[in-house]
Write a protein that binds this ligand. Sequence first.
Ligand SMILES: N=NNCCOCCOc1ccc(-c2cn(C[C@@H]3NC[C@@H](O)[C@H]3O)nn2)cc1
Length: 447
Amino acid sequence: MAQIRFPEDFHWGAATAAYQIEGAWKDDGRGASIWDTFSHTPGKVKNGDNGDVACDSYNRYKEDIGLMKDLGITMYRFSIAWPRIFPDGTGELNLKGLEYYSNLVDELLAAGIEPVCTLYHWDLPQTLQDCGGWENRDTIDAFVAYSEIIFREFAGRIKYWITLNEPWCISFLSNYVGIHAPGNRDLQLAVTISHHLLIAHGRTVKRFRELGIEGQIGFAPNVTWLEPYSNRKEDVDACRRGVAYFLEWFMDPVLLGTYPQFMLDWFAAKGVNLEIQDGDMQDMRYSIDFIGINYYTGNVGRYKQDEGLFDYEDIDTGYAKTDFDWFICPDGFYNVLCYITQRYGNIPLLITENGACYNDEVEEGCVNDTRRIQYLKQHLIQLNRCLESGVNLIGYLTWSLLDNFEWAEGYGKRFGLIHVDFQTLTRTRKNSFYWYKEVICKSGFDL
Ligand SMILES: N=NNCCOCCOc1ccc(-c2cn(C[C@@H]3NC[C@@H](O)[C@H]3O)nn2)cc1
């Protein structure tokens, strides 16, 4: 029987985010975020769900860390809610907010779990949004100032830092597609915001270096992989645009110092231009120690004139889908990670999100989420292929530890290894929890 084995020093973990699990939306001085505003706006989130309570992890973090310890993970990725630290984004510091995360980090360290901190996972203080949000360059400096407070407070305790989670979602999904907060639908605005985000990322890395903080810092784009339906140039080019939308648009400036010209030209042809000020591109280039990679899905696609933003259409190849209606495309994981390595060199890659939405419920005390186990197995095999191919993979953090608030989908899309009853907040380990626990214990699995 074939064995899939990972290096002994490979990091195994799970990921969450503040707004999706914490709840306690007004406790201990927390200010409003754009997701509080958005989720409280009728029609924005399915079933009128919001993050007011979520998993109540703000009050139950010790229970959750006990579950992590049982799972055997060595890394836990969480995010800090900016509005808990600066309720108005800038100005008066909320010490109770800092205290909460200090207690969380100390509890993780006591459990032998390495904290991985995401500084921005979409919950912008509403006060800053009222002043233009990421469209306003002032927000860049506000983010650096907030990040500095966190760096100083957690220096020596947190060793892995992520500036931004999924800059594509922050810019395009939230300001062009418009289904995430704040819900704009303006391509020029989205492109401008993507630029400001990359400056904010770079200046934060620069501050991290200036402060001499111990540890490693990166950012965590979400990527996809699109295979051309044919080898015709129009199909190949259409897929190249579709991948670059998530990948090169964000990684090239940080790792190569320039935007991909073919994308700049494509946007310019649509009347969308970037206002690049002196120093912007230099700011983005401050070197990072790793790239966080969030991967869920890929597909086969082809050219279709005037279809969508990139004259691209997905093909329904009959691949199985998750309960999020996303194609399951494990090969895409291998292909995109090899592509990243080929394009940017052997920079360490940390899988900061990978997982599947399956809405299995508790039956007689069990959650028989065999489809999630299959998804995880398929994708871990691809990671093993990457390691065999020389990709510098340092760890895998599955999304997610807990079922949680899945943004515009509310609580109807479950990604957790642990089932959460959102009426009682009872946690139930799913079968995938036990499977993943064994993978971690054995550093792999048998096929
Ligand atoms: N022009 N473009 N059109 C594209 C068509 O858009 C339609 C909708 O697209 C998307 C794309 C991507 C996502 C998504 C969700 N997660 C899961 C979260 N990751 C961070 C963590 O918080 C998890 O909850 N990752 N990615 C959702 C919707």
